[in-house]
Write a protein of this length. Structure first.
Length: 261
């Protein structure tokens, strides 16, 4: 039976990390990639037998690559602190690793938000990125947020059937906090260059309708509306913050030119 490492990225996740670790107690190794949490995340993780490695946060892409590097086994399963590996998913992972028909697998996720399961809104099956893979066949780019995965030549991709569960937000305050953080990180991505407030509004409106109408978020009731509005906000502020950064850079350059006179 091939050994499996699990890595969990965390920062101040004392309320969530214990359940995440317990859900992968079947693994041969659990690594918590912590970015110097100031709460009890590290103490809780170590008390449950996880190995904690400290990785300064320089964007999610680099964080994930460093977390994978800290894993000692070839097969790696990625789990976020707000995710839970179900017994069905664990059994399928073991079976797939033993068969080794593919080196990379996407994993479906069932999301729960505001007291109900989200079946639409683009949140199911929510194949975000491969979460089960061989270290030698997959890595991540260095994007600060919404990082892309990179496959090695010849890597074969499969899809799991059993889903893991995700509880992305404990309350609406966390929705707002994550929206603010992700929009700030996203504003620095190269594709945001040349942003304008007009683009911010246009892209935000499209993000809302994409999730609420085209991905049938309206069928998720009030949670579906909240999700669509959150996509509107994070998209708008991502572009607007890129405009802000451009203005700051221009102001700094103008001031340097004044000092040279």
């Amino acid at each position: 039976m091939s050994p499996i490492s699990v890595y969990i990225i965390a920062y101040n996740e004392a309320e969530k990390v214990a359940d995440a670790i317990r859900s992968v107690a079947w693994a041969d190794e659990v690594v918590v990639a912590d970015s110097h949490s100031t709460d009890d995340t590290v103490r809780i993780a170590e008390s449950l037998g996880a190995r904690v490695v400290q990785i300064p946060f320089q964007g999610f892409g680099r964080l994930r690559n460093d977390a994978v590097a800290a894993c000692t086994h070839e097969w790696v399963f990625s789990l976020d602190s707000d995710e839970r590996c179900t017994p069905e998913a664990a059994a399928e992972i073991r079976a797939l690793v033993d068969k080794a028909e593919h080196g990379v697998y996407f994993v479906p996720r069932r999301n729960f938000f505001l007291g109900r399961e989200i079946r639409y809104s683009g949140w199911y099956p929510n194949y975000r990125q491969p979460q089960l893979f061989r270290k030698s066949q997959m890595g991540y780019d260095t994007s600060p947020v919404h990082e892309n995965f990179e496959l090695t030549a010849g890597a074969k991709v499969g899809y799991m059937q059993a889903a893991i569960w995700q509880y992305p937000f404990k309350d609406l305050a966390e929705v707002v906090a994550k929206m603010n953080r992700y929009s700030t990180l996203g504003a620095t991505k190269r594709r945001q260059s040349g942003s304008s407030y007009g683009k911010a509004l246009t892209h935000a409106i499209w993000a809302f309708w994409k999730h609420y109408l085209f991905k049938r978020g309206f069928l998720d009731g009030w949670p579906g509306l909240v999700i669509a509005l959150s996509y509107f906000e994070v998209t708008f502020y991502r572009y607007a913050k890129a405009v802000e950064l451009a203005h700051q850079a221009q102001w700094e350059q103008d001031w340097k030119n004044v000092l040279k006179r």
